[in-house]
Design a protein around this ligand. Sequence first.
Ligand SMILES: Cc1cc2nc3c(=O)[nH]c(=O)nc-3n(C[C@H](O)[C@H](O)[C@H](O)COP(=O)(O)O)c2cc1C
Ligand code: SF4
Length: 459
Amino acid sequence: MANARPPALDTPFEIGGVTVPNRLYRAPLLECAGNGPGAVDALVAELEPAAAAGAGLVCQGATIVRPEGGCAAPGMTRVHDPEFVAELERLTDAIHAHGGKIAVQLEHGGLRSMETWHREFRRANPDLHQLAVSEPPFVLRALDGAGLLSYDPHVLSTSEVYDLAADFGRSAAMAVDAGYDLIHLAGANMGIVHQFLSPFYNRRDDEFGDGARFLELVREEIGDRAGDVPVMTKVPAETDAPPFVRRRLSADDCVRLCERLDAAGYDALVPVSGSVFWDMSIVRGEFPARSWRDERFREGYAAAFGSRPRAALVALANWVESLGYGFDPAWNEALCRRVRERVDVPVLCEGGVRDGATIDRLLGDACDAVGMGRPFYAEPRLPARLLDRATGSGAAARDGTGGSGDATDGQVAVACENCNNCVVPQAAGEAGVCRTPAVLGRVGERRAADEYDRPDGSD
Ligand SMILES: Cc1cc2nc3c(=O)[nH]c(=O)nc-3n(C[C@H](O)[C@H](O)[C@H](O)COP(=O)(O)O)c2cc1C
Ligand code: SF4
């Protein structure tokens, strides 16, 4: 039997009846736009360039479904308020004007929220409790005992789990009214959905002791309240964990979960591997020495972590983590391939995807679309270079080199160097932007060489 040709990056595909014009998406990344007067403008400024440069799907960073608590980091946007969500129509219009689709990602941080780790926030909100699936596991309680984290959890009763699922449904309905094409759930990265799925966090003895039941309920709530909008979710595999973590989601568990979510009506799945902790396993790369050293952020780190010495301790822990989570190209590839063999819905792959050759391989059999996160901080108009390589029409492709400073085989590669200097300052309330001068310099050269212009003249 002849091998079927893999679909090209610039060919459309469907998620739950919505046609996405190509297979390149911006993965959810925090925009730090908040909900203040400039929030919608900030979101448009952050997300429109990706669509203007051709991204088929733009996934907005996680947004919180409740009016208070639940934010994993400063500046997250909340989507509980109909008046505010209605204003987001300006954002969805801006994306649609370029032919792209946009997903809102719904989230609640649970035990990962700022009320656990951000000292200043905790002091300002002494009555806020973390929503918890179960009492925190022993290791986290030990960190609390050592004064490094601060737990004061409220374990959800069965009826409160139903209320939380309804909040996801209500926010989804508002988002659909505001023009979003898809609903994305923050099912991984240690938020509350992940905490339901994970045997490390979930020790419940009601129906939600089966964590997938929560995702099934959320799918029902969204269907009931928001109609037939497609719903996608990240699905975690907790493949990296220290030996004392006895219960975790294996890759096999993740594949089984994906089969179940397919059957439950999820329209696309994003399998991602990481650890049971909130650590560098989701942003594999270098220790961000430059951003820890940067004097401009020191006060912000001290406020977040309690003092300068405590911030130095967190930096040390971050350095230790970086030894275990160095950059690993396309680190979810094998997991996505396994899932794709078992489900009928599209599988989306992200995490360390960095060049054209890898994209071609992934689209061969591991997934239906490829996403990138940090590279969009470095190059907000990145799709122009990657897609024009696919059609052979952009500036990078026209001169036959793949563009300035690209991979030597002529394949286009991203500018991002996985140094993570964009990540840590967000703990201090700073914007998520590329903060590495050499990379920014290279991006500037590419801009000057018109490599981010689309051949059709769109801007
Ligand atoms: C600063 C930052 C914020 C992120 N925020 C989210 C988020 O809100 N929701 C989510 O599902 N993933 C989030 N991620 C994970 C990304 O979607 C992506 O999976 C990850 O960065 C790996 O892809 P990359 O190697 O292309 O950056 C975030 C990653 C970074 C670096
Ligand atoms: S600071 Fe820039 S180069 Fe470094 S990971 Fe972030 S976007 Fe990439």
